[in-house]
Each structure stands twice: as C-alpha cells, then as structure tokens.
Ligand binder design. Structure first.
Ligand code: PMP
Length: 347
C-alpha cells in the first residue's frame, strides 16, 4: 500500500485468496477477488482502459459526454472514471438489472436511461448507439472495443502470471459478459503459461457458446440480432442475448479448452457458501464461476492449481434473488436470543 494521487491509481492489483473449506482435499483452489477494485468490480479495469485509450487516440475530446450500454458494473466503473476526469456520463441499462446499480451510477453523477426488459441486451445497446449518433457523444463500445481486452492483458493477466510465477497454473476459470476478461487474459496465458487450461462458464439457460450456433454480426462486429440459444438467466453481467465480438474472438482464436454450463440456483448457492464458509462476499456471477471451478476441482489431479475469477461484490444484489431468503425482521431463534435478557422484553 502507498499513497495515490487519484482513486483511479487504485484499480487492479486484486488479491488471489486460497479456498480453505469448500474445495476437495489435495487440490489448490484459488480465487481472484475483483471486489477489491474501488467500485467493487472487474469492470473498473475496462472503464479506465477504454477512457484512457480514447483520450490517447483523440476519439474522446475534453468535456465530451461519454455513453455506454451496460448491465451495471461497466456503468458504475465508468461513472467513477468520468467523475474523476470530468466527463459527463449517460448509461443505457435494461430495467431488469438490479436497482442498486442505477442508484450507484446516479450517486456518482451519471444519467441512467432504462430500456424495456423486453428489448433485452440488444435493445439497450441499440439505444446507446442511437443516442450517441443523435447527440455526438462518445460511445465506449465495451463489447467490441479492443481497449477492453488490452487492459486485461496489461493488468489482470500480468497479475496472474506474477502470482503463480515459479509454479504451474493448471486451470483458469472465468465467465463472460463482454469477453474482455476472457480474451485479454487467455491470450496472454496461452503464450506465457501454455499449460494453463482455459475454462469458460456460461448460464445453463443461455448456452450461447455451447450451442455452437453462429452469431449474426454487422460489419463492425456488433451483433445484428439476438442469439437463438438465449433465455433469461439470473447471472447479471454474464451472457447478454448475443455473443459479443470480443467473446467470439476468443472462440475463433481457439483460446478456450472447455465450456461449462452452470445452473442459476447453483450460482446463488455458491455465492452464499463463499460468504458463510470462507467469508468471501461476492455476487451471482462469482458464485457461478466458482461452481464451475468446483466441478474442475472434483477431477483435477492432486496438487493442481485452479484459479477462479470472482468478478464483483455481493453488495450489488441486495434487491435480487440472491438475498430473497434473508429476512429483515428477527427470526424465531433471534427472538429467543433477544428474550433471554430483560431489556425490552414483552411480558
Ligand atoms: N460478472 C459480472 C457481475 C459482470 O458485470 C461482468 C461484466 N459485465 C462479468 C462478470 C464479465 O466480464 P467481462 O465483460 O470482462 O466478460
């Protein structure tokens, strides 16, 4: 730890933590906890990466409004970066994503334009494109922008190589939203750590990669239509209703060794288990990725090192099914504890 000139300097360098109870004996299961980023998710990296690349290329002018379509974490990261650097920010977001996300972005000074859930991810992207064209705003294009994987190659991947220097990292487990983490990290691991198997998790209800069905694309790589294999799923931030260009690139570059479908309920359970067994408080896609890592761990050779990405904090999900069973009022056993001393006790 040191002193920093701005909050942006604290992005990245997230810790890798050993799993002590939830994994099988004899396997080294590790998690990379992206909740340690200043705004609580892996997307803080992308936010800084795309804005600084656009400043450098001249695509983003001083004081120009920035716009992006996001399931939330990108918008929250961008809201921090834009607040610090002095750019107004407009975000389009499907109304189906958690309300915590909207409030956080507005708190950081951004404008949030919600799009109808029925229009899905493709709709929120189309709205952002329309608004950018109409008002001359800078669209960050997170699903296609090479500055997204470039940031992961320059930071996330280098951190992982340094953390496993002198050892073999046998498996690296991730999901995909844009595929920025996937493309940016896996191309570096394939080159510098060729023994590492790249495992990609996706929702069981939306097996876009697993289906093998092609994604229709526009000439610029953006999705021309929704993907036929998509159904709604609870992993907010994973698998929009199209295969993003950056994810498609990772497939075409043959960076992926295995694809695992993960069920929604298992994701929620694993997020809870990480919290109540390991004290690691993370969101739904983290639980989902961890479910995939546990499946790999079950058959991995003794002594294997498995690293699982945990993309964000659990605090972003208080209004979602992740917390549906968590009561607000005292439970009967809590009431028994209350009643075990005289203060405030009803007769
Ligand atoms: N999990 C969550 C909660 C996210 O918000 C995102 C990004 N949308 C991801 C995972 C996937 O990250 P990436 O965009 O780098 O594929």
């Amino acid at each position: 730890m040191a002193r920093y000139q701005t909050i942006l300097e604290t992005i990245g360098r997230t810790p890798v933590v050993r799993i002590n109870k939830l994994g099988p004996a004899g396997v080294n299961l590790w998690v990379k906890v992206e909740a340690f980023n200043p705004l609580g998710s892996v997307k803080d990296r992308l936010a800084l990466g795309v804005i600084e690349a656009a400043e450098k290329s001249g695509a983003l002018k001083p004081g120009q409004t920035v716009i992006e379509a996001t399931s939330g974490n990108t918008g929250i990261g961008l809201a921090m970066v834009c607040a610090q650097k002095g750019y107004p920010l407009v975000v389009t977001m499907a109304e189906s994503f958690s309300v915590e996300r909207r409030k956080l972005m507005r708190f950081l000074g951004a404008k949030v334009i919600t799009t109808p859930a029925a229009l899905r991810g493709t709709g929120m992207v189309a709205k952002a494109v329309e608004l950018a064209q109409k008002h001359g705003w800078f669209l960050t294009r997170q699903f296609e922008n090479e500055a997204n994987p470039d940031m992961h190659s320059a930071t996330t991947a280098q951190e992982i190589l340094a953390d496993f220097a002198g050892e073999t990292l046998d498996y690296w487990v991730t999901g995909y939203g844009t595929g920025g983490t996937l493309k940016g990290v896996s191309r570096v691991l394939k080159d510098k750590s060729p023994k590492t198997k790249i495992i990609v998790c996706e929702p069981e209800d939306a097996q876009l990669l697993g289906s093998g069905a092609e994604q229709a694309r526009n000439p610029d790589g953006s999705a021309a239509a929704g993907h036929p294999a998509w159904k709604p799923h609870p992993m907010q931030g994973w698998t929009p209703d199209f295969i993003p260009k950056l994810t498609g690139d990772a497939v075409a570059m043959e960076l992926i060794d295995q694809i695992l479908p993960i069920a929604g309920p298992e994701s929620l359970t694993m997020s809870k288990r990480l919290a109540d067994q390991e004290g690691i408080f993370v969101g739904i896609t983290s639980g989902a990725t961890f479910a995939g890592a546990l499946r790999i761990a079950a058959t991995a050779p003794k002594g294997a090192n498995i690293l699982c990405m945990l993309p964000d904090t659990g605090e972003r999900y208080l209004s979602t099914p992740l917390f549906a069973d968590v009561p607000v009022e005292m439970t009967p056993d809590e009431q028994v504890i209350f009643d075990s001393t005289p203060l405030g006790k009803a007769d």
